[in-house]
Design a protein around this ligand. Sequence first.
Ligand code: SF4
Ligand code: SF4
Length: 397
Amino acid sequence: MVASWDACLKCTLCVTQCPVVSVNGDFAGPKALGPEWYRAWQGGRHEVSRHVQDCTFCQLCEAACPVGVPVAHLIMEHKARAASQVGSRERLRDAILARPHWVGRWSRVSRVPAVVRRFGRLSVSVRFPKRRWSRVPDLGEPLAPPRGTVGLFQDCYSQAYDPELVAMARALLRLWGYTVIPVPQRLTCCGAAASAAGRPALATSLARRLWPELNEALSGCEALVTLNATCDGTLREEWPLYADLSLSRPVQPFDVIAAEAPPIFWERLESVGSGDGVWVTHTTCRGKVARGDGHLTVLALRAGYQTVVPADAACCGAGGSYAFKAEHEATSEALVAALKRQVAEEGSVQGIMTDSGTCALHIEDATGVATRHPAYWLYQRYGQYLTKKEAGDHERT
Ligand code: SF4
Ligand code: SF4
């Protein structure tokens, strides 16, 4: 698969960065399950670890490796080889969850009976997402002259479960002067979930099916804006490296485009004022791998929130469909425990900002605090500005 697997220095830096190692004693860690396993496999020792599936595919190990061993991707291969060790019900479940666009077709069903969950080897404790849809009014005339056209990537989760978020992001982009084309039009997947589940062939096939449609839609655009850090990393980094596919336009996370919003937008948000509450930002692991931590905190501060703290969790344990699997319940809960503790200690957390729909769901369940994408919070805050302005205008007349 890769040429640099045998460059491993055994320094264990990857192990120190792995969030699962510290909460799951059965998990042997990235060094053992990645390069060491691959070396043994190449040498003819065809053994696999059942617990390799406990990896969330956060890729923090790979980002930490000083010599570029593709640790997480070796683990993805390991998962693929270990698939035969998984029971038949788990295999059926995994085949479905690796295609979240299939699951999304049932997005109006938010309650899955316990008996179905048990039979389907789904977690009995997690909440399944409820479709969020409401009328999302425009935010008024653009604040800047036309700035060109961008594609807005409606990932399968947002398209199926959170069309409200897509509409809010679209309204904000229009306010900032962009013409917006939501893509793709049909419910489909970039392959991120398949990669995480150890199905590289399926991930590549999904990528190849989506690529022509995206490229065609992007021909009149300057960039593709993403709402989910995992899909963002998949389109920008995984596609060229592992599927040999490149998009004709740059892929940019929503917060990067937001940072270039007209100055008057930020001035207006600041004028709303901020209460005494605390705001917590959680950059998902794939966001951290791609761009480091801190960009959501900067965004929240620019939006005028006074007290903003980054979340105390490298990985929240959502891992796409990871938290929905019965055997991951304990690991997933242990991973989000630090964040849960942090929110309880802070005492007056008003909201949590994160760049992934499934992370938002998982964190909101664990902490009881509203957890949403930055586009949601920016939209709400600009709405507060408009309401305040309208009240002021009304008083004056
Ligand atoms: S991808 Fe994440 S969970 Fe998996 S081994 Fe690497 S650091 Fe650990
Ligand atoms: S960080 Fe890289 S070099 Fe160090 S043990 Fe892990 S895979 Fe090997």
